[in-house]
Design a protein. Structure first.
Length: 308
């Protein structure tokens, strides 16, 4: 590769000195301005946080509203994830993986015995770890497993996959002792937790049933109102939490479409219309899940009481 001096000299040879003189400048100044502009306008690329995805966008061009150097570096449809998850500095999500990250939004958990785990929105949790820096890698492995790019790991209690006693090393024994430590910490808290659960259950059930009645009344009032709940940003948020913009049919044979149901992009379309940030959209999605889950659990409690 040519050095900087040789490249600059070749550029100077291509500049028309007569033309630069007419413009009141010199070839050296023109080359210096070109180099300075190239440095200032170089792309600032951001890569999608989903492992294996190589899509990128130019963050600077997106913020300034300029057209990126390459069409594939467009920031259209991209979202920025805040720092309230296992990503300390936040990260970026391409349009293809926004729903995937929403369904598997990870939160960092600090356990009572000073160990760390991951709470995924899908219900998955990681094996407790002594250092929180490995949580992202564990979540990425979970995402690769969910998307079918990695096979399911065998259960840790599966006898066929246990390490023979003679093959254990100091590292593997340390891992087993760590698990034993976790189990001992859980055992010490189990009796207190069980007693607290019984007390909490007797207090929470009446409250939950009352909340179900209130939420269903609100949902009925909203869905029978003639106003356009998608026109106003606050109305759209209320609908997202109390009713939901996406299809919530849990029938295994149901296929999402734009005719028989709301599909799975309704919330994202509303967020795009009102320019709602990614983290707020995910927050609304989670709030809706909690509302729907509360109603479902309350109904299960009612059905169980009726059956008894």
């Amino acid at each position: 590769m040519s050095g900087k001096t040789q490249a600059r000299n070749r550029l100077l040879m291509l500049v028309d000195r007569d033309a630069t003189t007419e413009q009141g400048t010199t070839p050296e100044d023109i080359i210096a301005d070109a180099i300075n502009e190239a440095i200032l306008n170089q792309p600032s690329l951001r890569t999608c946080l989903v492992p294996g995805c190589m899509r990128q966008y130019d963050a600077v061009a997106t913020m300034t509203g300029d057209t990126p150097i390459r069409p594939e570096w467009s920031g259209k449809g991209w979202a920025t994830l805040g720092s309230g998850s296992i990503f300390p500095a936040g990260d970026h999500i391409c349009p293809d993986h926004k729903q995937l990250v929403t369904d598997h939004f990870p939160r960092r958990l600090k356990l009572p015995n000073d160990r760390w785990s991951v709470d995924c929105a899908c219900g998955w949790t990681a094996v407790p770890q002594t250092w929180h820096g490995v949580l992202r890698a564990l979540w990425e492995q979970h995402i690769l497993t969910v998307t079918g790019k990695l096979p399911e790991a065998p259960p840790q209690t599966d006898p066929e996959h246990r390490v023979p006693l003679a093959d254990h090393t100091e590292d593997t024994l340390t891992e087993l002792y760590d698990r034993l430590w976790d189990a001992e910490a859980d055992r010490e808290e189990t009796r207190t937790v069980a007693r607290s659960c019984m007390v909490g259950y007797t207090l929470a059930v009446p409250a939950l049933l009352g909340v179900q009645t209130s939420l269903e009344a609100l949902r009925s009032r909203i869905t029978t109102d003639s106003r356009d709940w998608a026109a106003d940003k606050l109305d759209a948020w209320l609908w997202a939490v109390l009713v939901g913009w996406d299809c919530e049919n849990t029938d295994p044979d149901h296929v999402h479409n734009d005719i028989d149901c709301a599909g799975t992009q309704g919330l994202w379309d509303i967020a795009k219309t009102h320019d709602i940030p990614m983290d707020q959209t995910i927050r609304a999605h989670h709030l809706r899940w909690w509302v729907a889950n509360a109603i479902t659990v309350a109904q299960q409690i009612k059905d169980q009481g009726t059956a008894e």
